[in-house]
Design a protein around this ligand. Sequence first.
Ligand code: ZN
Ligand code: ZN
Length: 250
Amino acid sequence: MFGSEPHRRERRTEADVRALPPLPRPDRATMCAEATCGCTLVLVVVAVLVATTESVASSLRPESYLSILGRIAILTEAAVALACLCGLMFGDPGVVKRSVSTCFPMPRQVADALEREGKVQLQHNIVEGQHEYCTRCLLWRGTKSDGCHHCSTCQRCVRAFDHHCGVFGRCIAGNGYGGNMGYFKVLISMGGAGIFTAMTFSLASMAEHITRGGDLILAVMTISMTVGSCCCCSCVMWAVANPSSAPALV
Ligand SMILES: [Zn+2]
Ligand SMILES: [Zn+2]
């Protein structure tokens, strides 16, 4: 099926791509456990920050511009964070797909191994000039400057690879608008923005309480609750944003 010399000149089709041995199996159990952990963390952080801001808002006069502003800000941040979470979970990080152009022409060693054994067990990738061939995915994954890497958990080659996130169970990759790096960065930013909103809102509400001659004890309790919630959320966001610290959480 995979001839030695003629394989470089033959016209290949999608049928030849489908005839290749299957792609390696991803570690789905690990990915699912990590994704469950990441989604739960994001939902908990969103719920805590929205609840904190809402409880501060409910202690203010309903018509207060501060009350309206705080609610709008935190709900917008929560919506953006959840949209980014969906993007991370369901978006493509930049996996290099098998196609006629990426699979062929096959390196001689690979074609010979397939001809002989029907599978490839090379321990190293093949580099020809600037081009790299992954001997696990059986495809040309681009040049060195593309920053491709074969993720040992997802078992796929990913362009502009940054890291495999042990919290979300996904490769984090991409430059500019490509990949899912944008979702990841915006999600982390929304965590920071949510903490900022809750803290600022809480301080502003305390100032309003004092100005109105309201209950000072209630104001101090409110801000203590906000500080506690924000500290917990900051720890979670820090762990998510630092891949090396992530395994401690899962
Ligand atoms: Zn690969
Ligand atoms: Zn991965």
